[in-house]
Design a protein around this ligand. Sequence first.
Ligand SMILES: *Cc1c(COP(=O)(O)O)cnc(C)c1O
Length: 578
Amino acid sequence: MDTYIFDKLKNEPIIAYLSMEIALSPEIPTYSGGLGVLAGDTVRSAADLSLPFVAITLISRKGYLNQKISPEGWQIEQPVEWDVEKVLTPLPVQVEVEIEKRKVRVGAWVYPWESARGTIVPVIFLDTNIPQNAPEDRSITDVLYGGDSRYRLKQEIVLGIGGSRILKALDLEVRKYHINEGHAALVALELLQGSKNWDIEAVKDLCVFTTHTPVEAGHDKFPYDLVKEVLGEPIPLSLLQQLGGKEHLNMTLLALNLSGYINGVAKKHREISRHMFPGYDIHSITNGVHSFTWTSPSFQALFDRYIPGWAQEPELLARADIISDQEIWTAHQKEKAQLIQLIREKNNIEMDEEILTLGFARRMTAYKRPHFIFTDIERLKRINQEGKLQIIFAGKAHPQDFEGKRLIQQIIQHSQKLSPEIKIAFLENYNLEIAKKIVAGVDVWVNTPMRPLEASGTSGMKAAHNGVINFSVLDGWWVEGCLEGITGWSIGPESEEGNPQEIFQKEMSDFYGKLEYVIIPTYYRHREQWIKLMKNSISKIASYFNAHRMMESYISEAYFHKPFPPLSNSSIAKYKKD
Ligand SMILES: *Cc1c(COP(=O)(O)O)cnc(C)c1O
């Protein structure tokens, strides 16, 4: 194997996109959730848009985890097997990084992501499983988000420093390094270390940073003792502390201080980030999903007929109004039937195509409140007598997230208790494949995060591409996406100010109240009105919350943008003359 796929990228400087996880396809299980799927959609849109773009991630030979659920409802994690040699192509380059004062060799594999047009974005997978490495170093790139903080820091050295060196070994000139979340921040340190006289401004000129975490506790932080042992002292400690924090090396802070363009992933997330990090000029580029990937086959066929060109220009989906009601409904029912079939096979539960179906699927962790629906079980049962309900859940908990596992167990216990009145299915092993089926096959997509912890969220955008209606807490992207009663419905107050108890009461009364008095009556008795909302989801949400629009913003604001020069006297004079 030579490096021919990189040849085309040698005419102009590239965008190098570094991300701990990238969800490309079900056969490459190196992702855990939304961050990885967003990175995958970024690659897909970059290829569609013919961007000079290379993505870099870790090979995660043992993946994240395969999820089984025990009869007691407890998550069991199984190792993931995947055939690296079959799926990826080795690259004839190797670099060295220093970890715990040892030389560690880093190899690389490539997956050439090819768009429908034939344009390619190479995705590079970094790998320390090389015979010359010490056994403990060979496992550095094994498990995504596995191990302790020492293991994590080693992985981040491979990603940031190893990634940058691999690009150099491939002889690629880089226009911007896009640091996707703090995990990849060490690329900026590597650039600083390689610059003349620690030239911070030169590094900032090269780095774009996207932050995804609206809580302080979510940011990677490493004690300096550990940093010294594992990373050494690539730049003087005092300078590192100035850039990355006095007490700990905070990867978010390091990236903030070394990036010339910084953004949050929704407008609201930008405001939260500005409060968390006063003094930084933080912009916002709201996330989007790759339209073609997340549109189910039935809707693809429909859009192809009514809105040709929609996959290349998803903004055309604004015209979804022209699609006939009957065809929208038929396409939806077809996807719903397939999901019901999947649940019959996997869970041995018989659901009904004519029953209003709610969906909730994402990483299972406390702040997402997957159990919110069960806050008032008696009310849920009463509502179910007004109009029948069925509910589909899916999601993995991180192996060390005991609370997340307990929530899965709660959902399963509730579903056993509520059966057969309300049928509830928990689909095992949430992944790209299952996500595609659930976001297209339910009627209503529910999201109930604890605010302001959902930086953006993207699964609701996927649902909207399939005419599935969102019903969610006003956090992340939904603050921008929700037009009450037009694109979907909100849960809880707009403002976050106020007594948490009162906010929770309002969330409950909205959830159960709108379900009973708005959603059920519309679904069962005003089908035309319902289909109008389905079409609005496509025309008013999918047309904007897609990855093409997102990438066009990155292109114009972050990748190719040069700050406007200040107006000189002569240019002011020129404006006056005009
Ligand atoms: C889209 C997606 C997510 C993200 O879901 P959110 O509701 O935005 O958190 C997580 N996992 C998979 C497999 C996905 O496809």
